[in-house]
Design a protein around this ligand. Sequence first.
Ligand code: SF4
Ligand code: SF4
Length: 93
Amino acid sequence: MKKKIDQLIINVRRCRGCRSCQLACSFEKTHVFNPAKSAIRLDRDAETGHTAPVILPLECDFCNGDPACLKACTYEAISQKPEGEEYKVLVCL
Ligand code: SF4
Ligand code: SF4
């Protein structure tokens, strides 16, 4: 049985703006690679000035417990567990 996921953690300092998470999300949701169809927007984090993913809570269903965005991020900027002080919870239902 899959572990229930109810939040994703973004480590802003690890994000490189590569958009792999957006592509994975759009493919998971619509079977096309199109960032505009994903539940993720890339924006500049006001505090750090780094590019970071913003996950839209109303559009994200956590991929039924197996987040495609988390697996797609080779920089480990998206995870389920916070690391030290440098993280933000961007989705928490
Ligand atoms: S969160 Fe990861 S996959 Fe998404 S843009 Fe940042 S580095 Fe790329
Ligand atoms: S967990 Fe949410 S944001 Fe991530 S790929 Fe799935 S639907 Fe998209």
